[in-house]
Design a protein around this ligand. Sequence first.
Ligand code: B4P
Length: 191
Amino acid sequence: MNKTNIVLFGPPGAGKGTQSKFLMDRYGLQHLSTGDLLRAEIQAETPLGKQAQELMSAGELVPDEVVVGMIRNRVVEEPRAKGFIFDGFPRTRAQAEALDTMLEKLGSGITVMLSLEVEQEELVKRLLGRGATSGRPDDRNEEVVRKRIGEYEAKTAPLKDYYKAQGKLRRIDGMGSIDHITDRLVAAIEG
Ligand code: B4P
């Protein structure tokens, strides 16, 4: 197994999408963001996009089988990739197990899970800040933003234990400047 597969983990607004851009350039990895894939489906007005739009605008998770199917298609399409950065995926235990199974079938696996740790009020500030400029509907409403953070705490944060049991969890301080956080991620990958 000589591929590098990174799970970039953290609550909404932790900087996963932001940091992925640096990591994909530095390590030549393919970036797979379930949030971006879902927003592309919404943009294309597909049936899947219509279903996802309702859930996303309410701050809820999209069903596991939908996101697992999207990720599986992308992973299978890129057999020669040096590896992947999984950004915003997995978000539930069922997704994590499905990811392990699909990578195992390809003779590969997760190398490391990097968990960005950020204080809750900072998350709310960052997301509402982006909502004011980017037009992402799920970033505009404070109630929806807090609902997403609640979903993370209830369904997604427990995955740290799943990866910890495999010896793959690395906690990264996600407070501070974007450059400093990139340095911490690089140190965790190369250290
Ligand atoms: P995502 O698209 O994954 O969005 P996100 O969690 O809000 O994080 P994102 O990566 O975009 O933001 P970042 O922290 O980089 O998910 C959206 C929705 O899609 C979910 O709510 C869910 O409904 C659905 N979904 C996605 N994946 C799913 C799955 N696997 N299962 C089920 N449902 C799924 O950045 C946020 C802001 O902070 C930016 O403005 C950025 O510029 C800023 N920022 C970043 N780092 C900073 C720093 N150090 N200092 C200051 N600001 C910073």
